[in-house]
Design a binder for this molecule. Structure first.
Ligand SMILES: [Zn+2]
Length: 421
């Protein structure tokens, strides 16, 4: 997010208010509500009191409010993904992603640290008041005397300018992906905004105008303004453990592909997280997630990279080795524009994985696979080894081998990311 001075002042004021609140009002309130069990704060949005099935709570001087009720009252669309335990909400050009029990939310692809993680109370997601109130551009004030939260989002202005927040973005002649591509823009390019419609921005470039998808840009400084100090680009890697739930994938004599995939995927995620990469899993336990949902998770997050992790099976038990897939056909211009990056990602993973596992190098291949076709960012699908090969199945039962597989894939992802810096 861009740290303008006014937002810094706002943040500072907020901290002061919060500190006063915590010191004087917070403890009294929590005691009061604990004693009576019924005095939860009221929430007034644009002058109208909101009603909740699960009321707001105050905990350790933090107010947690029902997210869906408030977001919907503000006019946002809210979605809950039970598999990944992630709330997504969007309104106009703003897209919010909020994993439950995590203190990082993502607003238009940018991580945002929360005071306390959102959590589920009686089947409803409660999230910190300030975040919920401000995510879609509202202002939050607190009246301690009446224990009332006031949120106002009456005037959400379009930004004066936006900055491209993805590697390659199409400029179109209308506010929809169904309209013709009239040009392309690269990461960091800044455009003056002329109007907003359905989450798209009409922008000017030279003497022409074109439409840009709101989820691929962030509010930026007006063109011509000197850049503040360069901020490192935030990287979100979506890791996809193949299969799960009623879909076991391939099977060996004793192992199921879905279990092996999950182990390796979690290993990759831990290694990337140690390097400061933000990792999101399409599944983190044994459950079914549809192929469409897997790519949608990455697209909604505006992730930098998507990697799907599988193990192979062949008709002959002797089939063995490692292979990695990408997809970028000339018939799909959006994918074709990423051809070099997609091939490079697959190649980096294949090279590092083969050098780590020393199994047969079956090479990088191209195939029209759902998760590769439907992801908007560079993506690859790796088949670590053959679970149908008794010798490789035995290797997959060995923790050291699993760890080396995870390290190989993580090294490949890091090599790719360092290369595109
Ligand atoms: Zn598979």
């Amino acid at each position: 997010m861009i740290n303008t001075r006014s937002s810094l002042i706002k943040k500072y004021l907020y901290i002061v208010v919060l500190a006063i609140f915590a010191l004087f009002i917070g403890p009294w309130l929590s005691t009061a509500s604990a004693a009576t069990g019924s005095s939860s704060p009221r929430v007034i949005l644009n002058g109208r009191e909101l009603d909740f099935e699960v009321p707001p709570i105050i905990e350790n001087s933090r107010t947690l409010v029902p997210l869906r009720g408030i977001f919907e009252a503000m006019g946002a669309n809210v979605d809950w993904n039970a598999a990944s335990r992630v709330v997504t909400a969007s309104k106009g050009a703003i897209a919010v992603i909020l994993p439950v029990d995590s203190s990082t939310a993502i607003v238009n692809g940018n991580p945002c640290i929360l005071d306390v993680p959102p959590r589920i109370v009686s089947g409803r997601t409660l999230a910190p008041l300030r975040f919920v109130g401000e995510a879609f551009g509202g202002r939050v004030t607190w009246d301690g005397k009446t224990k009332t939260v006031y949120i106002s989002n009456a005037s959400v202005d379009k930004p004066a300018a936006v900055k491209v927040n993805a590697n390659q973005v199409n400029l179109r002649n209308g506010p929809s992906t169904l309209t013709a591509v009239v040009g392309r823009a690269g990461f960091g390019e800044i455009f003056e905004v002329l109007e907003e419609q359905d989450g798209w921005y009409r922008v000017s470039r030279g003497s022409e105008t074109a439409w840009l998808a709101g989820w691929l840009v962030v509010a930026g400084p007006p063109a011509g303004t000197p850049e503040p100090e360069p901020q490192p680009q935030e990287r979100i890697v979506v890791l996809d453990a193949g299969h799960g739930g009623f879909d076991p994938g391939a099977s060996g004599n004793t192992l199921k592909e879905k279990d092996v995939n999950l182990k390796i995927t979690q290993g990759v995620g831990e290694l990337l997280a140690q390097k400061g990469v933000t990792v999101v899993y399409t599944r983190s336990d044994d459950r079914y997630v549809s192929l469409e949902e897997r790519s949608s998770i990455a697209n909604r997050l505006n992730a930098s990279i998507f990697v799907s992790i599988h193990n192979n099976a062949g008709d002959l038990p002797s089939a063995s080795g490692t292979e990695t897939y990408f997809y970028a056909p000339a018939s799909n211009l959006d994918l074709f524009a990423q051809r070099e990056a997609r091939a490079k990602l697959a190649k980096a993973i294949q090279t590092e994985l083969v050098s780590m596992l020393l199994r047969k190098d079956r090479g990088v291949k191209e195939a029209n696979l759902s998760v590769l076709r439907n992801t908007l960012m560079p993506s690859a699908l790796v088949e670590v080894v053959f679970i149908s090969n008794p010798m490789e199945e035995a290797l997959l039962q060995n923790n050291d081998f699993i760890n080396r597989a995870a390290l190989g894939i993580a090294n490949g992802i890091m090599a790719f990311m360092n290369d595109i810096d």
